[in-house]
Ligand binder design. Structure first.
Ligand code: XUL
Ligand code: CO
Length: 437
């Protein structure tokens, strides 16, 4: 088999003192943090779309990146070489998982039948490579946003014919994800949103989207696919307003349409910040509502208002994310998928390694720090103390729904002005800094 990343050996852990840029300084797969190894906690996945299909194009120019595995005029040969390159990369990097869209791995044919035949061929190769390497599928998904037929959405398209095409595509994507033993399946609402309400029936579109999800749930059960379904919230881009705005909007939608038992969230850091939230906020909302599922690990640029999908290197953000995740008991079916792309000037194959090594080392540090924060109970104890009034008989009476407004009035008349207490924000921020060093 051809080697697509020559000159790069398996990436090793060399410790924090190492000066080797192609070594891990913090991620040591078999090292235990608490009762699990780093690999078991972090469940890193490489995404197919950015890492192997992204070539650095932007609205001002085409790609800048040339890859050996793209050097053929036959699209199926390219697809096969790319899959081989992908598994070489996963193995050299030492990740346990990968993620893909149907159209990343095999090009569309003349019609759905030919497209599905192409997929089957590539899936057979992926299956063989999974077995050879032990790398597993974290989740699969369908690309329902690139082809022009989906310009007005898929499950929310004004045309039932487009809705049907999208349904057929999801049917196949579920089958191949199941065949490859996927631990999950993601629905990111590609173009499920609108540009202008002058041409949009919002209520009808949302009803249709719910029908679409119900059909997917039914088919999942029919074929016996046990993987977890995830919704991936995003507030905007590509549409001006995406229906899956944030975790709270998705939760309201799932509850209204009776879907809440079938989905968890796939939280992407850069989507959280686009929604005006922090990564931590979105995860905390999921933790509070039993929605924690999986993570698309990346970051935006605070100076830019779009989805820059940069590799996660901000230790603070990653610590706060891991702090929520560990308090929620860690991943079950999910993992940390690097939905991130190298910059347009990072044209060398080795840049893919630097990018992923950086992201993995950052999360490894974040894991250790968050683990210490939880072991010490520093912040938990502070919060417990802050809310301790609710553990008093009076607080309990309210929490248990046994108090009326008259009771509140009587309490206030008897006790007068409540004592105020400091929130101690600065002290807590200083304590956090003591952990992050
Ligand atoms: C788009 C995005 C997608 C999903 C999968 O912003 O994050 O790549 O993760 O469709
Ligand atoms: Co994503």
């Amino acid at each position: 088999m051809a080697e697509f990343f020559p000159g790069i050996d398996k990436i090793k852990y060399e410790g924090p003192e190492s000066k080797n840029p192609l070594a891990f300084k913090h991620y040591n797969a078999d090292e235990k943090v608490g009762n699990k190894t780093m690999a078991q906690h972090l469940r890193f996945a490489v995404c197919y779309w950015h890492t192997f299909k992204g070539l650095g194009s932007d609205p001002f120019g085409p790609g800048t990146i040339i890859r050996e595995y793209n050097k053929s005029n036959d699209p199926m040969t390219v697809a096969e070489m790319t899959m081989e390159a992908a598994f070489e990369f996963f193995t050299k990097l030492g990740v346990s998982f990968w993620c893909f869209h149907d159209r990343d791995i095999a090009p569309e044919g003349e019609n759905l039948k030919e497209t599905n035949e192409r997929l089957d061929k590539i899936v057979a190769l992926a299956d063989r490579l999974q077995k050879q390497t032990g790398v597993k599928l974290l989740w699969g998904t369908a690309n329902l946003f690139s082809h022009r037929r989906y310009m007005a959405g898929a499950g929310t398209n004004p045309s039932p014919a487009v809705f049907a095409y999208a349904g057929a595509q999801v049917k196949k994507a579920l089958e191949i994800t199941h065949a490859l033993g996927g631990a999950g399946y993601v629905f990111w609402g590609g173009r499920e949103g609108y540009e202008t309400l002058l041409n949009t029936d919002m209520k009808r579109e949302l009803d249709h989207l719910a029908r679409f999800f119900h059909m997917a749930v039914e088919y999942k059960q029919k074929i016996g696919f046990k993987g977890q379904f995830y919704i991936e919230p995003k507030p905007k881009e590509p549409t001006k307003h995406q229906y899956d705005f944030d975790a709270a909007a998705c939760y309201a939608f799932l509850q209204k349409y009776g879907l809440v038992d079938h989905f968890k969230m796939n939280i992407e850091a850069n989507h959280a910040t686009l929604a005006g939230h922090t990564f931590q906020h979105e995860l905390e909302f999921c933790l509070a509502n039993d929605l924690l599922g999986s993570i698309d690990a990346n970051r935006g640029d605070p100076l830019l208002g779009w989805d820059t999908d940069q590799f996660p290197t901000d230790l603070y953000d990653c610590v706060m994310g891991m702090y929520v995740l560990l308090r929620g008991g860690g991943f079950k079916t999910g993992g940390l998928n690097f939905d991130a792309k190298v910059r347009r000037q990072s044209v060398d194959p080795e840049d893919l390694f630097h990018a992923h090594i950086g992201g993995m080392d950052t999360f490894a540090r974040a894991l250790k720090i968050a683990h210490r924060m939880i072991a010490d109970q520093t912040f938990e104890n502070f919060i417990k103390e802050r809310y301790k009034g609710w553990d008093s008989p009076f607080g309990k009476q309210i929490e248990q729904g046994k108090a009326t407004l008259e009771d509140l009035e009587a309490h206030t008349l008897e006790h007068g002005e409540p004592a105020v207490q400091s929130g101690r924000q600065e002290m807590l921020e200083n304590l956090l800094n003591d952990y992050i060093r």
